[in-house]
Design a protein around this ligand. Structure first.
Ligand code: ZN
Length: 160
């Protein structure tokens, strides 16, 4: 792994030094062509003699535009690669049942199956005890009817 790859992995910038060099060169050349064409055309009195320098300046605009488009596309591609890497990394961290659920067309949310319902003081929703939103909390359990009487609604993640 090169220093550059490690740098890109930390996501400080999606562009490589090569991208920077190529895109900067295109933009610099394009701007220079525009300036040279403009300067050349400004020195000519006859309209027909201004056409060639103005065409040159127009070509410079296209070259600079190509550099900017390339800059955008390279960044977009790098971000897409990073996103795919993050998704694959995340899938590797998930439990097998969740990965199976994803590959079967399910969602990323883990399946909660506990029949025990819990909720915390002052909350508007109740959860299954194994809901990820209830993990690590010391919420009290109660029957569903008691939560509903208190005006609490079911959690949208664990769907009790
Ligand atoms: Zn929940």
């Amino acid at each position: 792994m090169t220093i550059h790859q490690r740098h890109r992995g930390s996501a400080a910038t999606p562009w490589s030094p090569t991208d920077l060099a190529v895109c900067s060169l295109l933009v610099a050349v394009g701007i220079s062509m525009g300036f040279v064409g403009w300067y050349d055309a400004a020195g000519k009195l006859v309209e027909s003699e201004q056409v060639a320098p103005l065409n040159f300046a127009g070509a410079g605009t296209l070259v600079a535009g190509a550099g900017l488009v390339l800059w955008f596309l390279r960044g977009r591609r790098a971000i897409r690669h990073r996103r795919v890497g993050l998704v694959n990394h995340r899938r590797g961290l998930l439990r097998p049942t969740v990965v199976e659920s994803i590959s079967a067309g399910g969602t990323l949310e883990p399946r909660s199956r506990s029949a025990v319902l819990v909720s915390g003081d002052g909350l508007g929703r109740y959860h299954r005890a194994d809901c990820p939103l209830a993990a690590g909390r010391n919420w009290r359990s109660a029957p569903r009817a008691q939560f509903e009487q208190a005006g609490r609604r079911p959690c949208g993640v664990c769907r009790p």
